[in-house]
Design a protein around this ligand. Structure first.
Ligand SMILES: [Zn+2]
Length: 496
């Protein structure tokens, strides 16, 4: 008697038994009359994922032991105990992760994905030296549609492996980023970056407006790609550039991504130039609004935070970048107390972080806040998971569709393997997820109901090919930098 046959026979009495198999199709009809009848009474769905613990991140932060999520047509149709879900739903495929936590896909609210090709190109240097001697020359010579496509696909593979299902990006040729995102299966909010000087994808403000308008038009309504406008920062964009970006974003109902108050130098520069903090200057020109997502916010003061809360501006907190570049500690606890929505981000990997690991982002954000406050009770694990999921979704204006495991939301979910020596035993699943594991613990990534990572394989991308391409870029760029490239002055792109 095979196990499958036995399972089919006992289905009516023990519907949960099915889910005890690893990835397996549900039983075909006809094995046993009782099973046939039972399956017939159930609703059909595409996928059921079962796990040791389902961390829903709903408003009550419900955690379901021995839980399951059912998915149909890319949406979540059931969340509950394994017994409840499998009693009501019959799936075409079942994924069983008895040693894992199942949670919403992680939302990285700030990165420059294509810069993965410049990973670690120059570390441990002062910001301006890093930019002028390495980043500007490397970007000035190489940023092209191919560079952006290859770099974004490499970053996409890293994100898929690490449980990131949605990311916000600021770079150039974002229409090529969009094509890469579409191919990878990820979800992206993709902001074409504008500056007051020429970049590879547009040379002046009229051209920036023209190409970005075409980008916004082409991708409008796409289920996974949200086109956005990304004026780089208050110190690299004039009032005219900022307001043109805002007008275009508002016209399309698109997000506006910007760097804000990242360094003390920026604070001093804007104060010297306009007599105000960067946030209050942006407000004085009418730039701030609910669609603005500001990255960093390290040097925001209490007045700035009040202002951002009043204008419903969202913040992206990038603890590792702020630490690695010596920028400072962002006042995120104060920001949240003031009513500002705060998501988490990694920033780019070309020196400001070096990886896209959102588990690291949670871990560092928590520890940094505790050090800042000299208080271990601030930003507990549960809040850090919220920041990496539902609050990140809120920061991108997508909280109605993603960010938690709830019926009706898109099925963006990840399984985190906790059956390892670095995470066993665990007593509180949120603590295990935040403080014990890294991105490498993710064993399943699903976006829009589609499995992107399972069985240690990225399903949508040819990773071996991507690694080969990355090595080719590395040889080329290393040779250029060794050849003593002239530092670019004002012409190089400066996303970071
Ligand atoms: Zn950045």
């Amino acid at each position: 008697m095979t196990r499958r046959w036995l399972a089919a026979l006992l289905l009516a009495a023990s519907p949960a038994l099915l889910a005890a198999d690893a990835v397996s199709p549900s039983p075909g009809a006809g094995k046993a009359a009782a099973a046939k009848a039972a399956v017939h009474e159930k609703s059909r769905c595409d996928l059921i994922v079962t796990a040791a613990s389902v961390v829903t991140v709903d408003s009550a932060f419900r955690v379901v032991p021995d839980g399951a999520v059912a998915v149909k047509d890319g949406a979540i149709v059931a969340v509950g105990t394994r017994a409840e879900v499998t009693a009501k739903w019959a799936a075409r495929a079942t994924v069983s992760r008895p040693g894992a936590a199942l949670m919403p896909g992680l939302v990285n609210t700030h990165t420059h994905a294509a810069m993965s090709l410049l990973r670690g190109v120059a570390d441990d240097r002062p910001l301006m030296e890093w930019l002028e001697k390495s980043i500007f020359p490397a970007e000035g010579k190489n940023v092209s549609p191919k560079f952006v496509t290859d770099g974004t696909l490499l970053a996409a593979a890293e994100m898929i492996r690490g449980g990131t299902t949605t990311f916000a990006d600021m770079y150039y040729f974002e229409w090529d980023v969009a094509s890469a995102v579409e191919k990878s299966g990820l979800r992206g909010v993709l902001g074409e970056t504008w500056l007051d000087f020429p970049v590879a994808s547009h040379k002046d403000l009229p051209e920036s407006i023209r190409v970005t308008r075409a980008f916004l038009t082409k991708w409008k309504g796409h289920p996974r790609v949200t086109a956005a406008v990304a004026p780089h920062a208050p110190y690299t964009c004039s009032k005219e550039t900022l307001l043109a970006a805002k007008a275009l974003a508002d016209e399309f109902g698109a997000p506006l991504l910007i760097h804000l108050s990242e360094t003390r130098d920026e604070q001093k520069t804007i104060l010297g130039k306009y007599g105000a903090s960067p946030a209050s200057w942006l407000d004085s020109i009418g730039f701030l609004g609910p669609n603005v997502l500001a990255a960093h916010g390290v040097w925001l003061d209490a007045e700035d935070l009040k202002l951002l809360a009043a204008r419903k501006v969202k913040l992206s907190h990038n603890p590792e970048s702020n630490m690695k570049l010596g920028s400072g500690i962002a006042p995120v606890v104060a920001a949240m107390k003031a009513g500002v929505v705060v998501g988490l981000g990694t920033d780019g990997v070309a020196g400001s972080n070096n990886d896209l690991d959102m588990f690291d982002a949670m871990d560092f954000a928590g520890k940094l806040a505790k050090v800042q406050a000299l208080d271990p009770t601030v930003l507990p694990a549960r809040d850090l998971i919220r920041m990496a999921t539902i609050e990140g979704a809120r920061a991108l204006g997508m909280e109605a569709r993603i960010g938690s495991l709830e019926v009706g939301k898109r099925a963006d979910l990840v399984a985190v393997d906790l059956a390892t020596s670095r995470s066993q035993p665990w007593y509180d699943v949120t603590s295990a997820v935040v403080y014990s594991v890294k991105a490498s613990a993710v064993s399943l990534t699903v976006v829009d109901g589609k499995v992107l990572w399972d069985g240690r394989k990225v399903r949508t991308l040819d990773e071996a090919r991507l690694l080969l391409t990355a090595a080719e870029w590395r040889s080329k760029i290393a040779a250029q930098l060794a050849g003593g490239a002239e530092p670019a002055k004002a012409e190089g792109p400066v996303a970071r």
